[in-house]
Write a protein that binds this ligand. Structure first.
Ligand SMILES: [Zn+2]
Ligand SMILES: [Zn+2]
Ligand SMILES: [Zn+2]
Length: 150
């Protein structure tokens, strides 16, 4: 009698162990859907997110990393592009100025401060290519450093 009960207990214990092991495996095998790569991946491929019902992020680790990198790339690109746009305006303005001088629309003048004939065009406003102040190298530098005020 005692022997049978012991065997039953051992059997029950094993069954219970198996039950929990299966549950654990099921949890490990449970896959989650990544809404970026549209793939089903195991829980270990996701960052945990306790704010969500499913307990993990809606994006897999790989895609989350890629997304961060992409966002950083976009931010860098935006910065660079903004700088470039400004430079393009400057280049364009100088190009128009040179063309205007070549075609005779614009005539080079001496420095408006000292009369030096070797003057260069200074733009107060790059959106106005033909609005130029003629200054020699020195006075041009002075103007940009704020020593000279016009
Ligand atoms: Zn993914
Ligand atoms: Zn000058
Ligand atoms: Zn200038």
């Amino acid at each position: 009698m005692f022997g049978a009960m012991r065997w039953k207990a051992i059997l029950n214990y094993n069954l219970e162990q198996n039950f929990w092991r299966n549950m654990e495996n099921k949890d490990k095998q449970k896959t989650f859907y990544c809404y970026i790569c549209k793939e089903k991946k195991p829980k270990t491929d996701f960052h945990s997110d306790n704010g969500r019902k499913q307990g993990v992020c809606s994006t897999c680790k790989t895609c989350a990393k890629k997304r961060t990198q992409h966002n950083n790339y976009l931010r860098e690109y935006a910065k660079k592009y903004a700088l470039k746009k400004e430079n393009i305006q400057k280049l364009l303005t100088r190009m128009i100025m040179r063309k205007a001088i070549k075609s005779g629309i614009l005539v080079r003048k001496p420095c408006i401060v000292c009369g030096n004939k070797k003057a260069e065009g200074h733009h107060q406003d790059y959106s106005k290519p033909l609005d130029i102040k003629w200054l020699c190298d020195l006075h041009h530098q002075h103007l940009h450093r704020g020593i000279l005020k016009l």
